[in-house]
Design a protein around this ligand. Structure first.
Ligand code: AHR
Length: 505
């Protein structure tokens, strides 16, 4: 028996505008994300700055809007000033977060040059692990102050007289996590974050500040941490962060495919906590979420081990998930959830951009290629436009071991009224059952199907490699049609699809 799922929507029922910042990414000094990822002097494709052009081109194709830098766990032991000035004078340091040696060949000025070439907005994290208010003010002065004070003049002397004008700043990273250098109780972090935020605001720089929420919704302090941070920082910040990584487990594809159910309840819990604090403080302002680390991981494909013992390598090879077709379907599904919450998720960063859990993978001295998860990100970023529409999903469900009951079908749609374009993103989260999708189109006028693409492989474990980089790619979905019932399309199990419809001229 064929299953059916229906997506009900209407052009007047809107969540909010598609935000470009939903399509952010993350570059950390971790493993091979920076070194031999975006930066590899001497690589055949490297430009005069040492930036790999092949990675820059793929970053553009991926549709990345903003990039968080320099960490991650790395930032909690980082001295930003090590990474500026003449390269030959920069110190080598032990990176205690990743048990590596940091050469500091790449730092803030290189990152800003790279961000400009990549056409992305920078998001900079300050160290609130081993450092505090003064060092946050120092890096802010170096980055954003007009020349005429010491650190701004140092930036100018380093070749950058114009202030960078970085707007988005993260007040530390995952400070709730016991693994974090400088980890501290919620009240201590909250006070430090509030003091740092107030001091940074005094500079008059136009800032959007992000305080640390929890590292994951399964943290024992989840909820209480958010409340404490919000009570202390509500007036001083714009966003609270959320982080999550999902991984598949042998024999439980159903839970993995339903990961977005968990992401949604995470978002809704943070929104509820934030609005509760807003009510108790009697404020008008509503805080937003910066989902500044999210992704899937696939340790099956990992090459290399995290260093330890006496080994302190430079840019070691680890955390290089090799992603499957199934992983790509889950990423597409998570993007559906982020878009659906566009009213409260103001910014998001897939972690990370290249090599470390990245949609882009490189070989040192060799090629760069698109991992499977590259495709749903690139297509959603390129084609989501206008307003995100509310969807009511009518679908068979599945009971999962980890995330309770999930609809097999999930979907979101964007409506670009000016262009007369409706774009529907849909996922079939069933591990083994096909589903017929119907999207009634009443209210949209006369729409025709522009194109339809589907990401599905008979072998959900199929991967892209340097030798076969296009094994898993979205393909035209020939079964899609606009009929009197609306948009219809068969969705095989473990599939993600995109449909673009256009008002007939
Ligand atoms: O993205 C990898 C790491 O995961 C980050 O450094 C940290 O913030 C998170 O735990």
């Amino acid at each position: 028996m064929t299953l059916h799922g229906t997506v009900h929507l209407h052009p007047a029922h809107r969540v909010g505008p598609v935000r470009r910042r939903t399509f952010g990414s993350f570059v950390e000094h971790m493993a091979r994300c920076v070194y031999t990822g975006i930066f590899e002097p001497g690589h055949p494709s490297a430009d005069a700055d040492g930036f790999r052009q092949d990675v820059l081109e793929l970053t553009g194709e991926l549709g990345v809007s903003s990039v968080r830098y320099p960490g991650g766990n790395f930032v909690s032991g980082y001295r930003w000033e090590d990474g500026v000035g003449p390269a030959e004078q920069r110190p080598r340091r032990p990176d205690l977060a990743w048990h590596s040696t940091e050469t500091n060949a790449f730092g803030l000025d290189e990152f800003m040059a790279w961000a400009e070439k990549a056409g992305v907005e920078p998001m900079y994290a300050v160290n609130l692990g081993t450092r505090g208010v003064q060092e946050a003010l120092d890096v802010l002065e170096y980055a954003n102050a007009p020349v005429g004070t010491e650190l701004a003049d140092r930036r100018a002397a380093n070749g950058h007289p114009e202030p960078y004008g970085i707007r988005m700043w993260c007040l530390g990273n995952e400070m709730d996590g016991p693994w974090q250098i400088g980890h501290r109780p919620a009240e201590d972090y909250a006070r430090l974050a509030a003091e740092t935020a107030r001091a940074m605001r005094r500079t008059g720089s136009e800032l959007e500040l992000v305080a640390c929420g929890s590292s994951h919704s399964s943290m024992p302090t989840f909820g209480a941490w958010e409340q404490a941070v919000l009570e202390a920082c509500y007036d001083d910040i714009d966003m609270l962060s959320a982080h999550v990584y999902y991984r598949g487990e042998e024999g439980d594809a159903a839970s993995y495919l339903a990961s977005a159910v968990d992401m949604e309840s995470y978002i809704e819990a943070v929104v509820a906590t934030s609005d509760h604090v807003r009510a108790t403080l009697k404020r008008d302002k509503r805080l937003q979420i910066s989902f500044d680390e999210w992704n899937v991981t696939n340790p099956d494909g990992d090459t290399g081990e995290e260093p330890g013992g006496d080994d302190w390598p430079e840019a070691p090879r680890f955390a290089e998930s090799t992603y499957t077709a199934q992983d790509a379907v889950v990423v597409g599904s998570l993007l559906i959830s982020l878009l659906r919450h566009t009213d409260r998720v103001a910014s998001a960063s897939q972690a990370q951009l290249v090599n470390v859990l990245g949609p882009i993978r490189t070989t040192p001295g060799g090629p760069a290629w698109r991992q499977t998860i590259f495709h749903p990100f690139a297509m959603t970023s390129r084609h989501a436009s206008g307003q995100v529409l509310r969807t009511a999903i009518d679908s068979p469900t599945i009971d999962t071991a980890k995330h309770g009951t999930a609809t097999l079908l999930d979907a979101v749609a964007t409506w670009d009224e000016d262009a007369g374009r409706l774009t529907v993103f849909a996922v079939n989260r069933s591990p083994d059952q096909a589903l017929d999708l119907v999207v009634p189109l009443g209210g949209f006028g006369d729409l025709e199907l522009l194109d339809a693409s589907i990401l599905h492989e008979d072998d959900p474990h199929a991967v892209n490699t340097a030798d076969d980089p296009d094994a898993v790619v979205p393909r035209p979905h020939d079964g899609a049609a606009v009929t009197p019932d609306g948009l219809t399309a068969p969705l095989p199990p473990i599939s993600w699809a995109m449909f673009r419809l256009q008002t007939r001229k």
